[in-house]
Design a protein around this ligand. Structure first.
Ligand SMILES: Cc1ncc(COP(=O)(O)O)c(C=O)c1O
Length: 366
């Protein structure tokens, strides 16, 4: 299979579309900013790679000072370990014989930490790890109010005891993701609710310490709560992911980090004065959190998408100057699901392609 990839130095306007553009200066500055904030707050950074799905960006985060990476799925973890990343946490449950076997296999090449919330899963991880002569780090997921996965404080104590006594496993600590508050637009509400969530998590850690078991790590936070959760006593590390590129949805929350991500498309049809059709559709941009914002031309907006096409509204003379072959740039509302559609980032500096960056973690959702 041939990939027709542009050469470094290609001006942005000449890139083949649809493609993801990353402003390298901005993404690098976002990485540095989170790390500097974490250093100042005295917490570690273990960024979530479910956003970038790319060892290239994880390496940048590690070089900046991150202590490891989070991966949503075993498939993503395999990509990172294959690329030489040696500290990998899966802040999710890994269920089923085949997946657990893959997880344990990774533990021969990297320090793997996985989340649990059930006794049966602990038994399965312990048997597989022991049989393979491996050691798995295990953290208990606490439900901090998101009501997705996780146990309460008493449940966490029971699981910690079980893990602590289980061969092949090492009890590392706790995680709790305050996903129900990370995108809250009002800072004061976000702060109050995130602190409530973290009180549940740190309370569970204290309960476990109370029965004589050491809790090394307490992992939490999304981008929207980095500077709230990072200041909570007892939280040891941040799992933020979206901050690296930001997206339309997070820009509604705050501008602590800057937008680095856009999707470039080409006008392929101009039949109506106030509408352009571009070559970007649902196979190259997601709309699970709403339509993308058109960044250029600035006054334009998206009307609708189909699989391979998007209709763009051109409200004024400036935007109506758009011709077939011209480019339209949009910012997706949800970065992660858009990135998952693409094989490459086109990394841009000073208006030119600097580097084509592979996204080998895309589609690795098993
Ligand atoms: C368990 C967990 N931790 C951390 C994150 C990172 O969140 P964000 O993208 O808001 O930085 C997510 C996002 O889905 C998550 O599921």
């Amino acid at each position: 299979m041939t990939d027709y990839l542009p050469l470094p130095g290609t001006p942005v306007e000449e890139l083949d579309t649809p493609c993801i553009i990353i402003d390298l200066d901005v993404a690098e500055s976002n990485i540095a900013k989170l790390q500097a904030a974490a250093n100042e707050m005295g917490v570690d950074v273990r960024p979530h790679s479910k956003t970038n799905k790319s060892p290239y960006w994880v390496r940048k985060q590690l070089d900046a000072g991150a202590i490891g990476v989070c991966c949503a799925k075993v498939g993503e973890a395999e990509v990172m370990v294959e690329a030489g990343v040696t500290e990998v946490m899966i802040p999710n449950q890994v269920i089923g014989k085949r997946k657990i076997a893959r997880l344990v296999a990774l533990a021969h090449s990297a320090n793997i930490i996985v989340a649990v919330e059930s006794a049966g899963n602990v038994d399965d991880l312990s048997s597989a790890s022991t049989a393979a002569g491996a050691e798995l780090g295990v953290i208990v997921e606490v439900n901090v109010g998101m009501d997705r996965c996780g146990v309460d404080g008493d449940g966490a104590v029971e699981l910690a005891k079980q893990i602590d006594a289980a061969p092949g496993l090492r009890f590392d600590g706790l995680m709790g993701y305050e996903g129900h508050v990370v995108a809250e637009r009002d800072y004061e509400i976000r702060k109050t609710e995130a602190e409530k969530a973290m009180a549940i998590l740190t309370g569970a850690a204290d309960q476990i310490r109370g029965v004589g078991i050491d809790v090394k790590l307490v992992s939490a936070a999304g981008t929207g709560t980095y500077n709230i959760t990072g200041r909570v006593d007892g939280v040891t590390e941040l799992q933020c992911g979206s901050y690296i590129f930001m997206d339309g949805d997070y820009l509604e929350v705050f501008n602590d980090f800057e937008p680095a991500l856009s999707v470039l498309a080409t006008v392929i049809s101009r039949q109506k004065k106030d509408v352009a059709i571009v070559d970007m559709g649902l196979k190259s941009i997601s709309m699970d959190r709403g339509l993308a914002e058109v960044i250029s031309p600035a006054s334009a907006s998206i009307i609708n998408h189909s699989e391979e096409h998007t209709a763009v509204n051109l409200p004024d003379a400036a935007s109506q100057a758009l011709k077939v072959g011209d480019k339209v740039r949009s910012r997706p509302t949800h970065g992660d699901t858009t990135i998952n559609l693409h094989e490459y980032y086109f990394g841009i500096r000073n208006g030119k392609l600097e580097q084509v960056i592979p996204i080998p973690g895309r589609g690795k959702f098993r």
